[in-house]
Design a protein around this ligand. Structure first.
Ligand code: NAD
Ligand code: MG
Ligand code: MG
Ligand code: MG
Ligand code: MG
Ligand code: MG
Length: 340
């Protein structure tokens, strides 16, 4: 069965144009939602902490910035776009402004799925999650397109929650590409699994291990870097456009055959069982509990992980190689911020 998908014709922009929308947070997703909605003729205000560094950016482009409490009080629709680990604390300021018939929206289901936020029964709770980093949500919209997204309804007090969520999705451009219907549970669990098992965890572990095996065998680190990290993007680009079949069509027969032969060495039944364990920990709430506790206790493990990752030899050689390839538009992270 194919997932139910909505396009521009399935959504009525007038619904969201008739509402006052508070976008809480002005980061990666927040700036994109706010600006796209504004361009779609929606009445938007930004809710931020006093003294927030994001406030100036929002004001510079003509958006009104108020406190989280005032934004929630003013709005009919409140979209929560703060980091997932801070959303429960920020919700304390939103809750007094949530009146019967209001809509509380999210771009990721974490806090509803794991019950760190428990909205009252008389408000709608929905999700519009662009399947893209925020900066692409904005860029693609200004080019006349949109990024695909997900829509879900957790609580439908008004009986109109899905129609309003689709209208919001149209306002930020997602229905131009297609919006898939899901649930908070499915969105949250698949998102966490994907980033842990394959995208962020799995890919990083494969890259580091491949680099270690080559350099420990005496090969030059620069070559190892190109083979296991730099070229990964080129391969993923092929998969992105035409799936595994197009990737294999495009690479040499040598690479294709060697790849098939290697697959079962690299991902063994044990690896699959480990992936199932990750999924079970996500489904049971064990992962969420650990992450929430990590954030409450000073993020010491996160800090240690970041230090260990940054000191891996592939990062040293990679930094030097990328600096010599300005056409890549290389970036680096220093003390938690991005520098060119
Ligand atoms: P972000 O870290 O880029 O931005 C966070 C914003 O929240 C900043 O403007 C910050 O000033 C503000 N903020 C932080 N703490 C706050 C507080 N206590 N009170 C008020 N404002 C506060 O966040 P993001 O990556 O845009 O993520 C927002 C949501 O979107 C999350 O639920 C995330 O899972 C979801 N999401 C993100 C992406 C992505 O590409 N980054 C993609 C899909 C969904
Ligand atoms: Mg309100
Ligand atoms: Mg994801
Ligand atoms: Mg995620
Ligand atoms: Mg090669
Ligand atoms: Mg081929």
């Amino acid at each position: 069965m194919m997932a139910k998908t909505y396009h521009d014709n399935d959504a009525d922009l007038a619904l969201i144009q008739g509402k006052k929308v508070a976008v809480i947070g002005y980061g990666s997703q927040g700036h994109a939602h706010a600006l796209n909605l504004k361009d779609s003729g929606v009445d938007v205000k930004i809710g931020l902490r006093p003294g927030s560094a994001s406030a100036k950016k929002a004001e510079l482009v003509g958006l009104e910035v108020v406190s989280v409490k005032d934004a929630a009080e003013w709005a009919d629709v409140i979209m929560v776009l703060v980091p997932d680990q801070t959303a429960a604390a920020v919700y304390e300021e939103i809750a007094p402004g949530l009146k019967a018939g209001n809509t509380l929206m999210f771009a990721h289901g974490f806090n509803i799925r794991f019950r760190t936020i428990n909205p009252p029964a008389d408000v709608d709770v929905s999700l519009v999650a662009p399947k893209s980093p925020g900066h692409r949500v904005r860029e693609v919209f200004t080019e006349g397109g949109g990024v695909p997204g997900l829509v879900a309804v957790e609580q439908d007090a008004s009986g109109n929650a899905l129609a309003l969520a689709l209208s919001y999705a149209k306002g930020i451009g997602c229905t131009r590409a297609g919006v898939l219907e899901t649930t908070f549970t499915e969105e949250t669990e698949t998102d966490l699994f994907g980033e842990q098992a394959v995208l962020c965890g799995g890919a990083a572990a494969l890259v580091k291990c491949g680099f270690e095996v080559l350099t420990e065998a005496g090969y030059q680190p620069e070559l190892a870097y190109f083979e296991v990290l730099h070229e990964l993007k080129l391969i993923v680009d092929l998969m992105y456009r035409g799936g595994l079949e197009y990737m294999n069509y495009s690479v040499s027969d040598t690479a294709e055959w060697g790849g098939y032969e290697a697959q079962a060495y690299i991902v063994t039944p044990e690896t699959k069982n480990k992936m199932k364990e990750l999924l079970a920990n996500i489904q049971s709430g064990k992962f969420a509990e650990k992450f929430i506790n990590e954030n409450k206790t000073g993020r010491k493990e996160l800090d240690a992980y970041r230090k260990a990752e940054a000191s891996h030899p592939i990062e040293k050689v990679g930094g030097a190689l990328r600096a010599a390839m300005p056409f890549l538009d290389p970036l680096k992270v220093e003390n938690g911020t991005v520098v060119k």
